[in-house]
Design a protein around this ligand. Structure first.
Ligand SMILES: *[C@@H]1O[C@H](CO)[C@@H](O)[C@H](O)[C@H]1NC(C)=O
Length: 284
């Protein structure tokens, strides 16, 4: 986030009013990170909490009775979305923490870009699950093992969405790209605006080792933490023209080789009639 330029330091010495204005401008920018300004709760009552200086942190929790979630007040058509998250620590088996963009569900032509973090028993790694739905068509899962413990510290999860591509990044490293393949007849997400959502819920029937490991409610409430979200929609910015340069491509290839644990584009059993079109043009 850029701070507003103050147009030269000499103004500090001219008029106290100007100093006041500058202080206000600077604090507006910093306080732009207040969750209550940009987001509203979707479910979970008091399980959604904002805290810290003026509400620049947020936490979601989950117990036997309910999970919780929030959504952006605004809709976006393209943008770069960054969120720092610290996931449920300890025995998080059966919990799912999500961060995703989704179009208005009532249109029936569902667009969605998903990060889902599937918890695990203590000492076992999370699975980072990703998916892309375009005009109702999903089933494009790719899953990763993270190369760090996502419960120790905050890490930055980002979605870049421009007319050419959708990119998933973890701490600035691209892990997945979904290119615009309209020229091959694959619908791309570009007609419907989307809101940013996040939630923490329970799915022990499928999330953890196919439902074998159950949620340990004696450890509830489970809590995930958020800070430093940033949404950049200024067209013409770096994200708008973001293409995969050679360096990002190399980084992504390395991560995919080492950390990808599932790729729908390599699951032959699932597609006996042949892979989805975008997989045939997948060249990373
Ligand atoms: C939990 O950890 C085990 C390895 O100990 C792994 O095989 C499994 O995929 C993990 N489950 C999830 C949901 O990440």
């Amino acid at each position: 986030m850029g701070l507003p330029s103050n147009g030269g330091h000499e103004v500090y010495f001219r008029a106290p009013q100007i100093i006041m204005v500058l202080i206000l401008m600077v604090s507006t920018s910093v306080h732009g990170a207040h969750f209550d300004d940009a987001f509203q709760q979707t479910f979970g009552g008091e399980r959604v909490k904002t805290y810290g200086s003026g509400g620049d942190h947020l936490s979601l929790s989950l117990d036997q009775y309910s999970g919780s979630g929030f959504t952006s007040k605004k809709d976006y058509l393209f943008g770069r979305f960054d969120m720092q998250m610290k996931l449920v620590a300890g025995n998080s088996a059966g919990t799912v923490t999500t961060l995703y963009l989704q179009s208005d569900p009532s249109t029936g032509r569902h667009d969605e870009i998903d990060f889902e973090f599937l918890g695990n028993a203590s000492g076992h790694p999370y699975t980072l699950h990703t998916n892309v739905f375009g005009e109702g068509k999903g089933s494009r899962e790719q899953q990763f093992r993270l190369w760090f413990d996502p419960t120790n510290e905050y890490h930055t999860y980002s979605i870049v969405w421009n007319p050419r591509l959708i990119m998933f990044l973890v701490d600035e490293t691209p892990i997945r790209v979904f290119l615009n393949h309209e020229k091959h007849g694959v619908p791309f997400l570009k007609k419907q605006p989307m809101k940013l959502y996040s939630s923490l819920w329970e799915a022990d029937d499928w999330a953890t080792q196919g439902g074998l490991v159950k949620t340990d409610w004696s450890k509830a409430p489970f809590t995930a933490y958020y800070r430093n979200y940033n949404v950049d929609t200024a067209r013409g910015g770096k994200w708008w023209t973001h293409d995969l340069d050679a360096n990002s491509r190399r980084k992504m290839r390395r991560i995919q080789k080492k950390n990808m644990i599932y790729n729908y584009c390599q699951d032959a059993k699932r597609f006996p009639e042949g892979y989805p079109t975008e997989c045939k043009h997948y060249k990373f």
